[in-house]
Design a protein around this ligand. Structure first.
Ligand code: NAD
Length: 331
């Protein structure tokens, strides 16, 4: 059995990874989460230690009292517009707390570090599809806080022989557990597919399209939507990968994209609901297209996507949203 520490394991993506680790049956799982956006119910396996990563003394005690083989670090603040208004929250929670975790890993010999990074490190990408070698140039504090953490990881791995990392740069994560057990629960999430599902259920009066004058075939932004369980699986593969390979960075996406209008059409189709859509001005910092080149993860890590299907992504997201809606009615 391997002992795995998962920070942010009560959150959207972390809970899907905890689920897959639990189902794999050869991992002991410890979750650290402050439940600020996560949910206790989402942790299907392992033990939760409810703690904030900024409490360095308490976090160090957890490292002292356990012998972890690897850490998968999800905990972060993730809302781009908020990061523009309150950048220090992002540098503290994302960069400083990550640096402290890296320091503790080095100190307590936790030699494998899987890090949740983001396509936001590329900013307005210089080439599409985006390769791992494409220039990084974040255009908001969220992306910069993640890129800075990447740099700390790289420098730590250079200085400390045994310490290795896999950085996974996620594109647009969407969908939910196909069995409907977990999904994205935080009500104020800003992700298009979740917001579309909330609109289907009447929780929102309409769905905004932020800009229809981009240089794309239908004028709306194009993104690479990856199902959360395919992404989660990449973390389990990354754990294995580090057994015999060096540190590396991988894009996590399907290598093709859909426009906002295409996503809306699919959500309307799977829900049978012709919800109201309103065109709004572009948001600062939104680029026309962001699509991954995923050849590296396919070839080097043998990652095999199973849910590359926008209808399935929208349907699982909608089913999950319905479940949340029912829970609210019961309460
Ligand atoms: N959702 C996406 O589309 C997306 C895209 C790219 C990258 N990511 C990255 O994936 C990771 C997970 O994102 P998510 O969508 O699951 O978000 P989420 O908000 O659902 O999960 C984050 C979890 O971390 C916990 N947390 C936050 N700060 C903490 C702290 N200081 N101490 C302890 N726990 C803390 C929260 O309670 C929550 O459970 C993040 O690092 C994010 O930057 C997400």
């Amino acid at each position: 059995m391997k002992n795995i520490l998962v920070t942010g394991g009560a959150g959207y993506i972390g809970s899907h990874v905890v689920k897959q680790l639990g189902e794999a049956k050869n991992y002991n799982i410890t979750v650290i989460d402050n439940l600020s956006t996560g949910n206790n119910d989402a942790i299907l396996y392992g033990n939760l230690i409810q703690e904030d990563l900024s409490d360095f003394d308490k976090i160090e005690k957890i490292f002292k009292n356990n012998k972890f083989d690897a850490i998968i670090h999800f905990a972060a603040s993730i809302v781009v517009p908020e990061s523009v208004e309150n950048p220090l929250k992002y540098y503290l929670n994302n960069t400083i707390n990550t640096t402290n975790l890296i320091n503790l890993c080095v100190k307590y010999n936790v030699n494998k570090f899987i890090f949740s990074s983001t396509a936001a490190v590329y900013g307005d990408a210089k080439e599409i599809p985006v390769k791992e070698t494409t220039e990084t140039n974040p255009i908001n504090p969220y992306g910069m806080s993640k890129l800075m953490s990447e740099k700390v990881l790289k420098d730590a791995a250079i200085a400390h022989d045994n310490f290795k990392f896999v950085i996974l740069r996620y594109f647009n994560v969407a969908g939910a557990d196909v069995k409907g057990r977990i999904g994205q629960s935080f009500p104020n999430a800003t992700h298009l597919i979740k917001v579309a599902a909330q609109t289907v259920l009447g929780q929102r009066d309409h769905l905004n399209i932020f800009g229809d004058d981009f240089d794309t075939p239908d004028g709306t932004g194009i993104r690479d939507y990856i199902h959360v369980d395919d992404l989660a699986n990449a973390h389990l593969i990354a754990l294995e990968y580090l057994e015999n390979n060096d540190s590396d960075i991988f894009n996590c996406g399907y290598g093709h994209g859909f426009s906002v209008k295409e996503v809306i059409d699919v959500m309307k189709k799977v829900s049978g609901n012709d919800f109201k859509v309103v065109t709004a001005p572009r948001r600062a910092g939104d680029s026309a297209q962001l699509i991954s080149n995923n050849q590296k993860i396919l070839n080097k890590m043998n990652w095999t996507p199973r849910y590359d299907d926008l209808e399935l992504i929208c349907k699982t997201a909608l089913d999950w949203e319905r479940k949340l809606d029912l829970k609210k009615e019961v309460v």
